[in-house]
Write a protein that binds this ligand. Sequence first.
Ligand SMILES: N[C@@H](CCC(=O)N[C@@H](CS)C(=O)NCC(=O)O)C(=O)O
Length: 310
Amino acid sequence: MALTIYGHWVSQPARACLWLLRLNEYPFNFNKVEPLLGGTRTSEYKALFPTGKAPGLVDGDFKLAEGTAIASYLCEKEGWTKWLGGESLQSRALVNSYLSSHHTTSRNITKKVFHPAMMGVLNAETPFTEELRDKAGKVIERENKNFADTWLTGRGSGGRGGFVAGLHDPTIADLFAYCEFAQVKQMGVVGGKWDVRVEDWMARMERIDHHDDVHRSLFKLRDVYQANEEKRKQKWEVQVFEALDFDKEEGLQREGVETLLKGKRILDAYDGIETPLVTDERIDEVFKKFDTNGNGQIEHVEFLKWYSEA
Ligand SMILES: N[C@@H](CCC(=O)N[C@@H](CS)C(=O)NCC(=O)O)C(=O)O
């Protein structure tokens, strides 16, 4: 009897397991579960998988939760040794070493970047705020550096093969890591510096069979996300334009300065220029600097000169 995977193609650990199955041309049943709609918290689901998370595997009477355990089980059971790191005990141990660290390192990309970005599109009550975007950029940068320094250097294995732990061929460690990193690149989430070593590794991973097929749900989500970002960008372009077109009799108010400073930062980010969050203190500081008479009327000519050069 064919085994069954419970999960969703947008779920990163589920996608890694499904990719592994496709790569090995292994037949399976797929039972779609929507984690965002509470599908993993129903009593039926928890009776199968008490952890209440996707993915889950049912193989005859045997039930198993946790993506990395599922992938290891499949490789062991079916003899897909190369995906475990080959015959070398130490290569396999290094793959396991990455898989143990994965949950507290690369997995942060889903928690702090992908999830808030996606929720900003899917639910008006959970916007992807400037603060969340700022945090997301920092997480991208930190996890890129950590992954490149720790796992793509071959340190420990003596190898420099281009895949996790310096191995010459991809393993399940690469599948799990890729499903974390690539999703935010694919969606086009702006912010955070990407390490060129991670980008090169992603390019190698992209060439692996079934890549596009297993990522197709993400590509659909990317289109929705991108359309939303385009709307946001246009909204800020209009706001900045209107704030610049202020009535000179009245002078530029603090509100206008706020829009111009925030708008500049947001629009710059789309051009890859990252600047610190615009705080109330910063707005006050700029406003005071140009409110030369101290009467709440900003010296607009001087301000505009400064702004166009900033
Ligand atoms: N440690 C688990 C985490 C799995 C996980 O976070 N699954 C998410 C979907 S990507 C989920 O089921 N979330 C539902 C929930 O937390 O209620 C693994 O690696 O398999």
